[in-house]
Design a protein. Structure first.
Length: 130
């Protein structure tokens, strides 16, 4: 029996009408440097070498809806981002161009949308480490 090949998550890719604009938002939010940039593709890298974020141009991009409804573009995924202070993190993200979602399902998590409309969650880790 052949051995299982190695799998390593390298990045999560977000579609956007303007990938460079969206990459600048996350680069400012996370403080990550650009790893690779092309006209319709840009990657930002986590400083510790773990999985980064990539952004690709999608000319037919439709802004996702949060919360998801039966009509309109479905939210396919979202990013969970741990912060050390929820209030100041939300303020910082909004100053960079994020919007706070109207619907907030949890008291200790804030759902925001990036400039392209992708939802992401900010949270403070409060439980035991896994």
């Amino acid at each position: 029996m052949a051995s299982k090949p190695r799998f390593t998550l390298a990045a999560t890719t977000l579609d956007a009408p303007n990938p460079h604009e969206l990459a600048r938002f996350y680069q400012s939010l996370l403080g990550w440097p650009v790893r690779k940039a092309e006209s319709d593709w840009i990657e930002i890298a986590a400083p510790d070498g773990s999985a980064g974020l990539s952004f690709q141009a999608e000319p037919l991009f439709t802004r996702p809806r949060w919360p998801t409804t039966a009509s309109g573009q479905q939210t396919m995924m979202h990013l969970d981002i741990e912060v050390d202070d929820l209030t100041s993190a939300v303020e910082h993200a909004v100053a960079l161009g994020a919007t706070v979602a109207d619907f907030q399902p949890q008291a200790d998590v804030r759902v925001l949308c990036d400039p392209a409309g992708h939802p992401f969650c900010l949270f403070v880790h409060t439980g035991p480490s896994a």
